[in-house]
Design a protein around this ligand. Structure first.
Ligand code: CMC
Length: 437
């Protein structure tokens, strides 16, 4: 009869060990008992970039990369994108269940009441250079919020954690919109709390002299869908950063600022910005084959393609492509769309991409929608960070109450010099010359 264990023979010693398997994994610390002698530290596993290491047990988001499946708390992303709202999805991620009508109304009301920020945060944002990257502004201003809410350090208190969670979900759109207004030299627009979450965000972004900004409902819904699709994605680079920083028991503002910094990179949430820059560089459908050759030659990457987990099709990309169609009906067709479609067509047929299982990811089409909404490319990663705030917080909250959470602290394989004596600076040249000779 099969047992849930792994039998390992250490060929250095001939000893055999039985390691329990739970939930499809062995515990890396169980390897430590395998030693060549009493002084040996014990066997470690080496896994740069965590390609095959689970660092948490989680009940939030499920991904099956081979089958292109993404679910939040068990609910398929397709159904949430079709039926839900961003704030309802955020509630689901944070609390684990869909809200009742009363719970949702209270949640929306509480988030809405926290959309304003202290005037000094506004002054702080005004101090940035006129051309500051909005993502840099968002990262800094989220970190700055920790100084306005020193109580947030009481991470052991469930009520405090929930207040900071609501504040962050509510305030990040305000900071994001102001980062955009700053880049345009426009006055910052205060939240308008009789509008919905997405409508209020669009108002803070685009309202000028009109007393009330009402967004086109198609565009508002498209943004809502994008927010739902980006809300969480299990243990990706920024979620791992959130958990890792949070494991030091710092306040959630500081941790979330670090997570946003991780998102900023072009291999993660910065990819949507990189896609648009790439499409603009290609410039014309006729240049696509030559660009694909450069990708295959290893000269450049095809931004918006490939994923660490999805080796089939990113289900979010499929929904975004449909959303793009509805947006373009309102805004007119983005001229870069033809280049994107041609890139996708060629890449999906080409052996290089097929054999490496490289498909469009969430970032391939989202930038085209953001551009159609009138946003500059620098705002694209910011647009990702707004909804991902809920996911980061869900991951942080889960980690804080996890009895197995400890401060994140990986091991290393030290391959540097053995002990050696300090050489005074005046003797170093002579010592180096002697070692070369
Ligand atoms: N263009 C060309 N070749 C690629 C690409 C790409 N976009 N992505 C992977 N490859 C190649 C890579 O060179 C390697 O080839 P070989 O086996 O010959 O060395 C092979 O495919 C496997 O790639 P990898 O680097 O081992 O894959 P990874 O899981 O470490 O990286 C990734 C995943 C998303 C970082 C990578 O695919 C990439 O850089 N994509 C472009 C950036 C991007 O679109 N990022 C957004 C990801 S989705 C949203 C998010 O996470 O925020």
């Amino acid at each position: 009869m099969a047992t849930d264990s792994l039998t390992v023979t250490d060929n250095r010693t001939g000893q055999t060990y039985e390691l329990p398997i739970a939930d499809g994994a062995i515990r890396a610390t169980d390897l430590r008992q395998m030693k060549v002698d009493a002084d040996d530290f014990g066997l470690m596993s080496y896994d740069p970039a965590f390609l095959n290491t689970a660092s948490v047990r989680s009940t939030i988001t499920y991904i099956d990369g081979d089958r292109g499946i993404l679910r939040y708390r068990g609910y398929p992303i397709e159904q949430l994108a079709e039926e839900s709202t961003y704030l309802e999805t955020a509630y689901l991620l944070i609390f684990g269940e869909l809200p009742t009508e009363g719970q949702l109304a209270a949640w929306v009301d509480e988030i809405t009441r926290h959309t304003f920020v202290h005037e000094n945060v506004k002054r702080l944002m005004e101090a940035f250079r006129y051309d500051a990257h909005p993502m840099g502004m968002l990262i800094s201003s989220v970190a700055a919020l920790s100084t306005f809410y020193p109580d947030a350090l009481r991470i052991d208190d469930a009520e405090t954690r929930m207040i900071e969670t609501k504040r962050l979900i509510a305030k990040v759109p305000t900071l994001a919109a102001w980062a955009y207004r700053h880049s345009r030299g426009f006055p910052y627009v205060y939240p308008q709390n009789d509008l919905g979450f997405t409508g209020n965000f669009l108002s803070m972004m685009f309202r000028m002299a009109e007393p009330r900004y009402v967004a086109d409902p198609v565009l508002e819904r498209a943004l809502e869908v994008l927010f739902i699709l980006h809300a969480d994605h299990e243990q990706n680079c920024s979620a791992s950063a959130m958990r890792s920083i949070g494991s030091s028991h710092v306040d959630p503002y500081s941790a979330l600022s670090g997570a946003a910094a991780a998102l900023y990179g072009p291999l993660h949430g910065g990819a949507n910005e990189a896609v648009l820059r790439m499409l603009a560089e290609i410039g014309d459908v006729r240049h696509v084959p030559a660009y694909v050759e450069r990708v295959k030659g290893g000269e450049v990457k095809l931004m918006g393609f490939g994923h660490r987990v999805y080796k089939n099709y990113d289900p979010r990309a499929r929904i975004i492509k449909q959303t793009a169609d509805s947006v373009f009906e309102v805004t007119g067709r983005n001229p870069l769309l033809d280049i994107a479609l041609e890139l996708e067509r060629i890449a999906l047929e080409d052996e290089y991409f097929v054999s490496r299982k490289l498909y469009p990811n969430v970032d391939f089409y989202s930038g085209l929608i953001y551009q159609a909404l009138g946003l500059p490319v620098g705002m694209f990663p910011v647009m990702f960070a707004i909804p991902r705030t809920a996911g980061w917080l869900a991951q942080w909250l889960e980690g804080i109450v996890d009895p197995e959470q400890k401060i994140a602290r990986p091991r290393q394989l030290y391959l540097g010099s053995d002990e050696r004596d300090y050489v005074p600076i005046e003797r170093r040249a002579a010592v180096e010359a002697a070692s070369v000779a």
